[in-house]
Design a protein around this ligand. Structure first.
Ligand code: SME
Length: 153
């Protein structure tokens, strides 16, 4: 299972690198990265929130309609950005302040992104409709995916 997941991510990353090679339009790249990740991994919701005017605003995503504004420090997304660490949440109902965009979302992983000078850029947010979906392998690869996008923001 674990090996299988790693192999899937490795193949996905290779595809992503080829897909976005030479591209410099952040919105286009984020849109296609979401589509590729979402399809390859079968997630429930895959998307970016972007740091704009001191809040997180909804960026390109795949999945259901989602909240468009997340205040600084709020929800899993805001907490990850503020704490400057990837958050893996096995059960969103047990995360104080979790923002439920969909009642079907059960577990979540959020990777924050920053500019080289430390300025916040946004987050890569992925939700699952099952409990306890994400682990250190997901955190590792979602970090690499975020690193592909961050230089364009
Ligand atoms: N659950 C997130 C909000 C965004 S939706 O999952 C798309 C959070 O608490 O940050």
């Amino acid at each position: 299972m674990e090996t299988n997941k790693k192999a899937k991510y490795e193949e996905l990353l290779q595809g992503l690198r080829a897909l976005i090679a030479g591209e410099d339009e952040a919105v286009s790249v984020m849109a296609n990265v979401c589509a590729a990740v979402h399809e390859a991994m079968g997630f429930f919701w895959t998307g970016f929130y972007l740091w704009r005017k001191d809040e997180l605003r909804l960026g390109p995503f795949q999945g259901s309609v989602a909240c468009m504004h997340i205040a600084a420090g709020r929800g899993v997304c805001g907490a990850a950005l503020e704490r400057r660490e990837t958050l893996v949440v096995p059960d969103v109902e047990r995360f104080p302040g979790h923002i439920a965009c969909s009642s079907l979302s059960r577990s979540e992983i959020v990777v924050p992104m920053y500019a080289p000078d430390g300025r916040p850029l946004g987050v890569l947010d992925v939700d699952s409709d099952r409990l306890n979906t994400f682990d250190a392998t997901d955190a590792h690869y979602h970090g690499l995916i975020a690193e592909l996008v961050a230089p364009l923001l």
